[in-house]
Design a protein. Structure first.
Length: 331
């Protein structure tokens, strides 16, 4: 009996991957629970992604968010649970950060040349153009009622884009579904948003790499240990444009109507929710190295700030105590 037991194979990890919302997803399950098949796990993943796509995708004109954006009504509109949950968390972070995070910022992003077709020329907008775009932006122009599960615009032309928080929401939803199936050890990643619980197949805690903020390169800067935690990074080193000879970041400050100009290269946040980590990373990136770090400390966030230093190759690092406890060195 002992010999037979010794010859039994350890459960093999199961890998799932695919495309979603213009990006990719990767799920690793250390071992399948008893009486749960790969087909069931894949079906759970597909169901969540289809539901998120149906309600939150701005790529499809028939989605709930696209229909809401196309409407010019300022009446209360019923909101599905995905739409309500995501908007509610976005609005909470917006209020808390005094507008540094804002899901109505799309008109400003487009004005500065992002979201346009490849190769289309862009110019630095005038003060009048920025002012006109800002008139159509503002989280305070969006209202939500949890009890009635309803949403409305205070401005007919207001548009909502949850691309900065929806991937994290999808990660959270997949994690919840897999846990209900009995999965005890897994890691889920969508478009760089990662959450894990339990342990890696080799018995160690799951770890994720925080990358150096380098354009065109993927090198680890540090590692973080995940056990029931999610990690999200916001940075300006991949998505940017050259406009009139200026390097323009895709990170916009909704309060000024312009791209951020501080030296912060990236912010990484650890949180129990991937959706919340996603929103906080963006908010801190907008707030910048000084105000953002004070905000992170005040709200006891696990955050890493990497700031460019003029004339130097390396970055200036600032880390909150909560982040340092989960940090591990790169081998």
């Amino acid at each position: 009996m002992l010999a037979l037991a010794a010859c039994e194979r350890a459960p093999e990890p199961q890998y799932f991957e695919g495309d979603t919302e213009g990006t990719t997803y990767h799920v690793t399950v250390a071992s399948l629970p008893p009486r749960v098949s790969r087909v069931q796990v894949q079906a759970a993943i597909d169901e969540v992604l289809a539901d998120v796509d149906l309600h939150l995708s701005t790529y499809r004109p028939d989605s709930e968010i696209s229909r809401f954006n196309a409407s010019r009504s300022t009446d209360w509109t019923p909101a599905s649970e995905p739409f309500r949950v995501v908007v509610n968390e976005a609005q909470r972070v917006s209020r808390e950060s005094r507008g540094a995070f804002d899901i109505t910022v799309a008109p400003l992003v487009e004005l500065w040349g992002f979201g346009k077709t490849v190769g289309e020329a862009a110019q630095v907008p005038t003060a009048a153009e920025i002012s006109a775009a800002r008139a159509n932006v503002g989280f305070e122009k969006l209202e939500l009622q949890d009890v009635r599960s309803a949403i409305r615009k205070r401005l007919p032309t207001l548009r909502v884009d949850v691309a900065g928080i929806a991937p994290g929401y999808a990660v959270d939803r997949i994690c919840q579904r897999l846990e209900r199936l009995g999965v005890r050890d897994a890691i889920v990643e969508i478009g760089g948003e990662v959450r894990a619980w339990g342990r890696h197949p080799d018995g160690r805690p799951w770890r994720a790499a925080v990358e150096m903020p380098l354009a065109g390169e993927r090198r680890p800067y540090t590692l973080v240990e995940l056990n029931g935690m999610a990690v999200s990074t916001s940075g300006d080193y991949r998505d940017y444009r050259i406009v009139d000879g200026r390097r323009i970041s895709h990170t916009f400050d909704p309060r000024t109507g312009a791209p951020v100009t501080h030296g912060l290269a990236s912010v990484t946040v650890l949180h129990a929710s991937a959706m919340t980590a996603d929103a906080y990373a963006t908010a801190l990136m907008v707030l910048g190295p000084g105000e953002g770090y004070r905000y992170a400390e005040q709200h006891q966030l696990a955050a890493l700030f990497l700031e460019r230093v003029p004339g130097q190759v390396d970055w200036r690092e600032r880390v909150t105590l909560q982040f340092s406890r989960l940090r591990r060195p790169v081998p």
